[in-house]
Unconditional design. Sequence first.
Lengths: 339, 464
Amino acid sequence: MMRFLAKNGRRWKLIGLVVGIGAAWSVPYVFSNYMVSVASLILISAMLATSVNFMAGNVNLVSVGHAGIAATAGYGLAWSFVQGHSLVTQLLIALALTLVASFIFGLTSMRTSGIFFLMATLALGMVVFGLSYRMSRITGGENGLSGIRRPEMFAPYWKYYFLVLVVFIVVTAAVWVVTRSPFGVALRGIRESENRMESLGYNVAAYKLGAMMISGIVAGISGVFAVWQMEFVSPANAGFLRSALATLMVILGGVGTFLGPLTGATIVSWIEHVLSTYIERWPTVLGLIFIAVIVFAPNGIGGAVKSWWEKRQRSARSRRPVGATATETLASAKDPEGV
Amino acid sequence: MLLHKAFGKRLQLALVLGLIMALVLSACAPSGADDPVESDDTEATPTTEAPAATDDESDAEEPEESPDATEDDSTSGEPIVVKVGFLSPVTGPLAAIGTEMKQGWELYWEEHGAEAGNYVVETIYEDDAGNPDTALTKARRLVEDEQVDVVVGPLAANTALAVADYLIQQGVPNFHPVTAADDLTQRLANPLVIRVGAMTGSQATYVAGHWAYEQGYRKAITLCSDYAFGWENCGGFVRSFTEAGGEIVDQLWNPLGTPDFSSYATQIASSGADVAFIGSSGGTDGTNFMRAYEDFGLGDTIDVLGNCCLLDQATLRDAGDLALGLRSVTYWAEGRESPEVERFLELYDETYGGIASLYVANSYTAAHVFSEALKSMDGEIDPEGLVAAAREVNLEDSVFGPRRFDEYNNPVGNVYITRVEQREDGLYWNVPEETFEEVSQFWTYDPEEILNSPPYDRTNTGQQ
């Protein structure tokens, strides 16, 4: 049994995944309301971090303005709720605004890279913040829009948690599929060498725009759920702090790793919302953890686990006879119908 | 190894999965009836049948059913514990104000003891970092895990409105010591929400416009912070000033946290107005304005009238000499001759040193009102009853002067025209020159008219 598990790394991963989902599913049965709402918050932050991670991991474009997209979606939902529109209309407005915001973000990503993209997204994020602050007739300005309610079906906090969990799993799986698709491979090609991809005939700008649109939609979903979670929206949703924390989550968790955003979101949100009750100097703790991760695990926690895993896989493989290697692992992983 | 041979790979996976599902499902079992899928009937009373009920009693219980409350039906001799959740930002950009806010609350109970009437007040402090997300999460913790009877705070308008909305849903009373947002007791007024310390953003500045016109000023320029608080501040001033017949020459808006006020100072100096109303958000904005005031010799060209916060202690500690002789319109006059104020200042000086700021006075007053409300009550805490009792509180004198509340749960009280003077010990403070009594948040206007008009902002500046 042990040997079987050892030689099939993918199986371990699958088991880990199932145990993880099972554990996440059992949260409302084990913890208090308050912890469940923190768990929802973590998943929602993790979705925002996932959207940042998608761009950072695949195209090497680090954004510090994604909260702007999320907040745009959130404001769309909140505003149309306050106006008394139906749920479908609310979601459609949120979607439309998300697409517009992502498209604008995407236009900047088409021509920029590295630090320039970072600055452009920072600026765009601040534009959203500024608009939400200023257009007080629509956004409520600094005071925000209160009195927003979740759809009645998901009004109880624990039902809402299950909804968020399901959406998080679907979003993560969708991002995983996109990353594994030829589109994702092309994106990583762009990451490695834009010029080479261009000379191969790829329309690099279009690919970048597409990536930004996908990332934006994920951010928008997170924005909608953030508003439902808080039943409130204010310029803080679009603030630099929110964007920066999302990026911090990605870096802590490990850029380009799948569960990195979740790991990062768990650490950051836990410190921000739970540890802060007991330790007044929680920002210091967050800073120290960040420094420790940068020094000891430059690829983030996810990156460190990944390299440890790969090392372990390699040593396991070298101990095994040839023949039962990659092909078998691949085959066994490719039959999820059996699940 | 053996297993591997006995079962196919698929079967094995299925086995593992099945095992996990069994574990998960067994965890569901105790409250399986609450499964989201079949819970149509639970929706009427959603929180009471939440799955966590098995190991956490906190979620469903009304305050009346909390353990400490059940004991007190029998005897009135045993004091009833009132749990207060105190939310303030002690980290983040508002940390300085948040800390002073906390000091005021602590100070009152230190001075008077934790007992008020038949009750003992127990306070749980939480940090909201000035962020609505954190504030809401902390409010949830206070309500659901700590089962507090009342939440006091938070500070920033957005955190306050978010928390108030949540607490109203939960049926938990909310006392606001510092938040000035007009809407809290106007368009969003609720029987569970009461503003106990501060006045609204426009309340005292209605007096400012009225007073400025009475003084013979006819042309005014305003400089206010460019967000809700500043809009409301200027809104009050502009409305009453223009209604009296004054003219607004120009309105300037500075972003929160402006480091350099020189461009505003030069515009004010060259505006040709005879009075400048400054609606500052206080703190470093106040100090920075005073530097520009000094550099451009504004004192020689124009009369400056500050709001509550421009010349509050946060500014005077740094720039008191520059501010000497300047006037403000505020509800906190630390130089007022009153035993209440003197005792409060002495206590603050002993505990923290220096002169107490507006924010300390705000939550000190909040505690004062809260304590008086408890004294008038009997038996277990009923959420709306507590707020109603606070609304009925009528103080002959508090650190702010006489205080009562209107039907929208907002204070009605004195507004002072103050002047910065130097005390014998060298410190600067605001001494009242003139007092306007019984100032309501609606000034002399019809509440209905204010409530039906949009809130003050940069397009609705109160210009008549």
